[in-house]
Design a protein around this ligand. Structure first.
Ligand code: BGC
Length: 722
């Protein structure tokens, strides 16, 4: 359908809608659970999390629960959208009610958190970002969309592109790490993958970029915490990824839970109107975070829920996810003249528009149970998940070439995570099923490897005696990262460290496979364990992918997209810091700690390979309105391998202090053993500018130092004057 045509139909529909029906369109309903418990579902969840009931008791009660879709409200035109339904039969049943039984027959929009895969769970976003491969990010986004849309989903609450520099924040797992450029490239690729080339196709899923803005900068890494920062920093370090997603075509935006400089994003007219609409020209849909409108009362911005509804809608918040604030108060607010009806019209129009764009008016039933059955966990999607997992892993250490293991090596495997399928998905994988995941132990069996397994270290000495190498699978459980999972202490569990010490004491070669949703402080491992593979939470193909790397079928190439601090107290820690007037050093009065190093354990951009790479012939020159950089990279080892070549710049002296380094380009190159390739980067001047004290954008001038290499500590550099 041509754009003009549906703009007209939107206006016609609006003119036929009652105020209640318009408010219905901007109401997103999360089905509630009713069951054999006397408390609300939220309270039941809390009871489990604070230990009043066990996980088993919770599961038992949930087994008796039924979903309530509020169908009477739906029939009355009071619901325009649902969140959290990933089941084609349910979606089509509700859609039929909307289309056939409501007065105007407007189809429903189904939203869902498809964060890193639907059934075919791919690595957590933080992991996948380490692959530094936009084509891969797009491909896994496509697989996610094909599956989720088959299950009835129209819109995903992803990508999350919150720059995250504090390893204590649990949601660092959900984005592309600490860098501005990487988050921008990652988000733009995901949007393309989710949405495909035509949003009206049945396998296209609208992207909702989140959490706008700066949700990753919460104080002390505590989830939902305040964000207070200079405008210069906000614009230079946090805003670009959201903009990149919008430029890539994202049709929805979710404002963040946090406040920025005192005003919650949910009801922030500067953010939602001045920036998003006026400055960036966004013409899609704005959807609140869950219950966020009502939470403006807790923030202390609104006196009560009615006031919250008023401030939010006036600020430009369109769809209310789950708080019922609009459903309860908007009609009265319009009737009292406090909210002009045209504001509600605008919001409803944006909901109708996305429904037209998705083709829902032409074909409200874009899937069927049959399509859903055939779409899940295909051979092809599993292959993509395995490829993504392999490319996401980062080899942190490999002393004495312990890895790759010989094909006939006898391995002793230790740690519960080696056999726990359910843990492989990591946080935010709500469509995942534990039984879909392949563990390390299972994969060893399938591959015919000679192995012995001990979950808790029992028989450790016996197993060690008859093994050539010992592998410890340790780290975080999936509940230890993600939303509401901040940690003040990002070290390993005591029992994990004890296990590793016992393994090292046997004198056998030890390799650690780390599972985690955030950077961990692992100085002891880094010092004493000869081989460490960062596997993150790899998804359904965890086991086979880990063995691909351990046995060298694939040469690892992932690079860290977040700094690994030496201790929790160093957080937030990130490579693109400023120098201060007294950079950390040996002498007393410098910027450092008495009891921790100033350096991380592993820097941003770091990751080893089974081969080695050398950089040479770095050249940098100004060509027109850009800096042109070229470098030659040689595979100096005896195996073929991929290297992620990174280009950093430093604006040596400027009107404001600038980061010591900023990533301005990255490229993955495949090099056969002994091969050399030239890699070029073109950095437009526009990408070097910054904001001065008065928030005027100023060009980078004077000396620019360019560094190229395999991580953020790259030493090869050139200076040019621009
Ligand atoms: C999260 C969002 C998510 C939403 C819907 C919220 O708690 O912050 O990222 O999309 O729930 O499930």
């Amino acid at each position: 359908m041509k754009m003009k045509q549906y703009e007209q139909r939107i206006q016609t529909l609006l003119s036929n809608m009652t105020l209640e029906e318009k408010i219905g369109q901007i109401q997103q309903c999360g089905p509630s659970l009713v069951g054999a418990f006397d408390v609300s579902f939220d309270e039941l969840l809390n009871m489990m999390f604070d230990g009043r009931i066990s996980k088993e008791e919770f599961d038992r009660l949930m087994g008796t629960a039924e979903q309530d879709f509020h169908e009477e409200d739906l029939r009355a035109g009071k619901i325009g959208s649902y969140n959290g339904i990933g089941d084609s039969a349910i979606a089509n049943r509700l859609q039929k009610i909307a289309v056939e039984e409501t007065r105007l027959g407007i189809p429903l929009l189904f939203g869902y958190d498809v964060i890193h895969g639907f059934r075919t769970v791919t690595p957590i976003p933080l992991a996948e970002s380490c692959a530094c491969e936009p084509a891969l990010w797009e491909k896994t986004g496509r697989v996610a969309a094909e599956e989720a849309t088959a299950a009835g989903v129209h819109l995903t609450f992803a990508p999350m592109v919150d720059v995250a520099r504090d390893a204590r924040w649990g949601r660092i797992s959900e984005g592309a790490g600490e860098d501005v450029l990487l988050n921008s490239a990652y988000g733009a690729a995901k949007v393309k993958g989710f949405q495909g080339d035509d949003l009206s196709k049945p396998d296209a899923m609208a992207a909702c970029v989140k959490h706008f803005a700066a949700y990753g900068a919460g104080e002390a890494g505590r989830d939902y915490n305040r964000v207070d920062m200079s405008m210069q920093r906000l614009w230079e370090e946090y805003m670009p990824p959201y903009k990149a997603c919008i430029d890539s075509g994202a049709r929805a935006v979710m404002p963040a839970f946090n406040d920025i400089n005192g005003v919650p994003c949910t009801a922030n007219p500067w953010l939602l109107r001045d920036i998003l609409r006026e400055k960036w020209g966004f013409d899609g849909l704005v959807i609140s975070d869950s219950n966020a409108i009502a939470e403006c009362v807790d923030h202390g911005l609104a006196e009560d829920k009615r006031d919250a509804a008023k401030q939010a809608i006036l600020a430009g918040m369109e769809m209310d996810m789950s708080s019922n604030s609009y459903a309860e108060y908007l009609k009265n607010l319009v009737e009292s003249g406090e909210v002009p009806e045209c504001v509600v019209d605008e919001a409803a129009a944006d909901v109708l528009r996305i429904k037209f764009e998705l083709g829902l008016f032409d074909n409200p039933y874009q899937t069927s149970e049959e399509r859903e059955r055939g779409a899940m966990l295909t051979e092809g999607s599993r292959a993509v998940a395995r490829e993504a997992a392999v490319k996401s892993m980062v080899l942190l250490k490999n002393e004495n070439h312990i890895l790759p293991l010989k094909a006939d090596a006898r391995i002793g495997i230790f740690g519960a995570l080696a056999a726990d399928q359910g843990q492989m998905t990591g946080a935010w994988a709500i469509g995942a099923r534990p039984e879909d995941c392949v563990s390390i132990v299972e994969a060893c069996g399938a591959r015919g490897i000679s192995y012995q397994y001990s979950e808790d270290g029992k028989d450790l000495l016996k197993i060690a005696a008859s093994s050539d190498v010992l592998v410890a699978a340790i780290g975080e459980r999936k509940e230890e990262s993600g939303e509401a999972a901040s940690r003040a202490d990002i070290t390993l569990r005591k029992e994990d460290l004890a296990l590793v010490r016992d393994l090292l004491a046997t004198g056998k070669p030890v390799a650690v496979v780390l599972f985690n949703g955030r950077p961990l402080a692992i100085p002891e491992l880094a010092e004493h364990v000869p081989a460490i593979l960062e596997a993150w939470h790899p998804g359904v193909e965890a086991g086979p992918a880990i063995l691909d790397v351990l046995f060298g079928d694939v040469n690892p190439s992932g690079k860290l997209t977040t700094t690994f601090p030496a201790s929790s107290g160093q957080c937030p820690m990130y490579y693109a810091h400023i120098n201060t007037g007294r950079p950390g050093g040996k002498s007393k009065f410098t910027s450092k700690y008495l009891d921790a190093p100033v350096e991380p354990v592993y820097p941003f951009g770091y990751g080893l390979s089974y081969t080695t790479f050398a950089y040479d012939n770095l050249a940098a020159e100004q060509t027109g309105e850009a800096v042109h950089v070229s470098v030659s990279v040689t595979n100096t080892g005896s195996r073929d391998g991929d290297e992620i070549v990174q280009c950093y710049v430093q604006d040596v002296a400027a009107k404001r202090v600038r980061p010591v380094r900023q990533l301005k380009g990255f490229e993955k190159v495949s090099l056969r053993a002994g091969e050399t390739k030239t890699v070029d980067f073109v950095i437009p001047f526009a990408e070097l500018s910054y904001y001065d004290w008065n928030m005027e954008e100023v060009p980078c001038e004077g000396i620019l130092k360019v560094y190229v290499g395999g991580d953020s500590r790259a030493e090869l550099s050139r200076e040019i004057r621009i």
